[in-house]
Design a protein around this ligand. Structure first.
Ligand SMILES: Nc1ncnc2c1ncn2[C@@H]1O[C@H](COP(=O)(O)OP(=O)(O)OP(=O)(O)O)[C@@H](O)[C@H]1O
Length: 340
């Protein structure tokens, strides 16, 4: 493993910001740490980088305990949210920063800067003043600067945090492609699930300083470990359920669940795409309380007669009922998951 955390703990006062975290990152792997504000994501990065002292447990790089290795000798690259370019230096001066620190000669610096600016899609921008760059261009320069010394591990903290959505979506695809080509090992932190799922080979969801779930984007998306992860991923149809065989008793009535589901008192997730909306018929019915246009689909919020929590449904634009309409629902087994 390139990076291993073993029971890594960081406390502030009495509070564990990192609570006995075990995490391994293999060479060439892209791992994205995801979690709500305050869950310990930045603390984790800082502990690996050597910017934060660890109170218990270990951080190993290539199997070597880093406890006595200062930050600048760990061979990790860091790129922070507010990318902190040096405003008084031009683009080339920024990109060359880590190389200069390492004592690289002028020619080596210049060649590497050229190579990196091409890599991040800014060929020939070396002489530009940092202040004349757009947000996305600054982000690319920050990335080139972090990559310049060829760190064995690249750590990104909210790498695309401040950019607008379209640019983020484009850059994240470019980043993944670039890291794949370079074989860079990446540990990135973000609170944006879309970003994490698009970038990562593996997603790690944190909660209160602990790892709530770790898995491929597909695994985490298909089988959230618990209600916390499911809700964090944006799923709202999460409820207590009593499972017997392939049927779950829920506040929304009986919901079919896949064969082999865990039995008894459980938490059930119904993906919005698994809620089929049909014309009003069977009682109790549902009322459409909200309707959100999402391109080819429409997201609906449905209130069941009685006091069940609202249901979220997705349906094709052309079949979508209007706000206030009465409807019935049925459930698609393939989109229901018994958690835990
Ligand atoms: N230097 C510090 N002193 C005291 N408490 C701190 C310090 N740094 C972090 N914390 C606390 O540790 C916890 C984890 O913080 P951390 O910054 O790692 O969370 P995060 O998941 O990165 O959050 P965000 O997404 O908001 O950046 C929080 O409760 C925070 O208040």
């Amino acid at each position: 493993m390139l990076l291993s955390l073993e029971g890594t703990t960081v406390r502030f006062g009495g509070h564990a910001a990192l609570d006995a975290v075990d995490l391994a990152v293999a060479e060439h792997e892209i791992v994205c740490v995801l979690g709500p504000s305050g869950s310990g994501k930045s603390t984790l990065l800082r502990a690996v980088a050597g910017l934060q002292q660890v109170d218990a447990g270990r951080v190993l790089l290539d199997g070597h305990d880093q406890v006595r290795v200062p930050a600048h000798r760990r061979g990790v690259g860091l790129m922070f949210q507010d990318h902190q370019l040096f405003p008084q230096r031009d683009v080339a001066g920024n990109v060359a920063f880590g190389l200069r620190m390492r004592g690289a000669g002028r020619e080596e610096q210049a060649a590497r800067v050229r190579e990196l600016l091409e890599l991040v899609g800014l060929p020939g921008a070396g002489g530009r003043a940092v202040g004349t760059l757009s947000g996305g261009e600054q982000q690319r320069v920050a990335l080139a600067r972090a990559l310049a010394p060829s760190p064995r591990l690249l750590m990104l903290d909210e790498p695309l945090g401040q950019l607008d959505r379209t640019l983020r979506e484009r850059l994240v695809v470019e980043l993944r492609e670039l890291f794949g080509r370079l074989g860079t090992t990446v540990l990135a932190v973000t609170h944006d699930q879309g970003e994490a799922f698009a970038l990562a080979d593996r997603v790690v969801v944190m909660r209160d300083g602990r790892i709530a779930q770790s898995g491929t984007p597909l695994e985490v998306w298909q089988r959230p470990a618990d209600a916390f992860v499911a809700r964090f991923l944006g799923f709202e149809n999460v409820t207590g359920a009593s499972v017997r065989g392939t049927v779950a008793e829920t506040p929304w009535g009986r919901v079919p669940v896949p064969e082999g589901s865990a039995q008894g008192e459980r938490t059930l997730l119904v993906r919005p795409s698994g809620v089929r909306v049909t014309a009003a018929g069977a009682e109790p019915g549902y009322t459409v309380t909200a309707r959100t246009f999402q391109g080819a689909q429409v997201a609906l919020r449905l209130r069941r007669d009685g006091d069940a929590p609202e249901l979220e449904a997705l349906c094709p634009l052309r079949d979508a009922p209007g706000q206030g309409d009465r409807v019935s629902v049925s459930f698609d087994t393939r989109e229901t998951v018994v958690l835990g």
